[in-house]
Write a protein that binds this ligand. Structure first.
Ligand code: NAD
Length: 309
């Protein structure tokens, strides 16, 4: 496993990291034991960064992750969680300072830790941006100053929100998702700005939340029908060449030198082993081009929050 520095923090993250949303049964119903085994496999195979949120499975993912981490020395993993998002609707967001502080305490209790390494504001495109800039980020920075979190970041789907935040604040990192994958690599449009500001980049969902897997996207996937059809075509093309599309998707995503770590979600220990093995090999560049061609004229983004893409 390779490890990369996250921006100007002192965190060295495994290039492939573990996204714990499946522990909240967001893709399929999972057994707690299987989830716990998956976390242990990840740590055993050199994955040192774990990401979760109270939103995943309505706090279930944090609770299961907490059980998995019980008894494991705190220096064996780097942990991020989030605050601000608690459900799918606008009414389920609360980016007030009071809620962020309470949320951090609740997350730490569920996770069984005294502090998290990174606290993210979760999906800020659903927030009033004035509140984010005037109240929520100052709250994160105060928590950092008080030693209650080590680093502060924001997550979101539309790329515009990151530019807005970093033009005003020195945050440590961002968590972006579905924007650097085989079907859409638009994250590259803001990477120079992030690099210039030494903001660490964590990229999530290299499979596009299941699009680039043989099982396919879950019913709730926000992508349009054209994107889902193109993804099925991409899966078939890979199958015809004897390549698992998830391998190619992961190898493509981790290859960008500015991305410190790529978060993959699964609640299956065998998938973790495959992901770690796949990450040790390069993507087939010719096949990558062929797959990218399939998506060339397909609208690959979707509206999220108050932003259009
Ligand atoms: P992902 O691209 O990692 O896809 C997960 C899907 O891929 C699941 O269906 C899983 O079973 C499947 N998969 C994983 N490994 C596989 C393998 N080897 N073979 C076949 N299928 C495999 O998307 P994700 O889970 O949405 O994202 C990863 C993590 O990133 C999340 O768990 C979360 O921690 C983080 N994330 C954060 C945000 C945010 O903060 N807004 C958004 C999305 C994701």
């Amino acid at each position: 496993m390779n490890y990369r520095q996250l921006g100007k923090t002192d965190l060295k993250l495994s290039q492939v990291s573990y996204g714990a949303s499946p522990l909240g049964s967001v893709f399929r119903n999972i057994s707690e034991q299987e989830g716990i085994k998956t976390v242990h496999s990840a740590l055993d195979l050199g994955i040192n960064y774990l990401d979760v949120s109270p939103y995943y499975g309505d706090t279930v993912a944090e609770t299961v992750l907490g059980k998995a981490l019980k008894g494991i020395s705190r220096d064996k993993y780097i942990l991020s969680t989030k605050a601000g998002r608690y459900g799918p609707d606008f009414a389920d967001f609360d980016f007030s300072a009071q809620r962020i502080e309470a949320s951090l305490d609740e997350s730490c209790a569920r996770l069984g830790v005294n502090e998290v390494d990174i606290l993210f504001l979760h999906d800020i495109e659903f927030a009033d941006m004035r509140q984010v800039l005037e109240e929520s980020i100052p709250c994160l920075l105060a928590l950092k100053k008080a030693g209650r979190i080590r680093y502060a970041g924001v997550t979101g789907y539309p790329l515009k929100v990151f530019s807005e935040v970093i033009s005003q604040y020195e945050i440590d990192c961002i968590l972006t998702y579905c924007r650097y994958a085989l079907y859409d690599s638009s994250l590259t449009s803001i990477i120079p700005k992030l690099d210039e500001a030494s903001v660490g980049i964590i990229n999530a969902s290299p499979t596009g939340m299941g699009l680039l897997t043989e099982r396919g996207a879950p019913d709730w996937h926000p992508g349009n029908e054209q994107l889902k059809q193109a993804s099925l075509k991409a899966v078939s093309l890979c199958q015809s060449k004897g390549v698992d599309i998830t391998a190619l998707a992961l190898q493509f995503a981790i290859d960008h030198p500015s991305i410190a770590s790529t978060l993959v979600g699964t609640a299956n220990p065998a998938n973790i082993a495959k992901n770690v093995e796949w990450a040790s090999r390069q993507a087939d560049a010719a096949l990558v081009s062929e797959i990218q061609q399939i998506f060339a004229d397909v609208p690959c983004t979707w509206p999220s929050g108050y932003e259009q893409n």
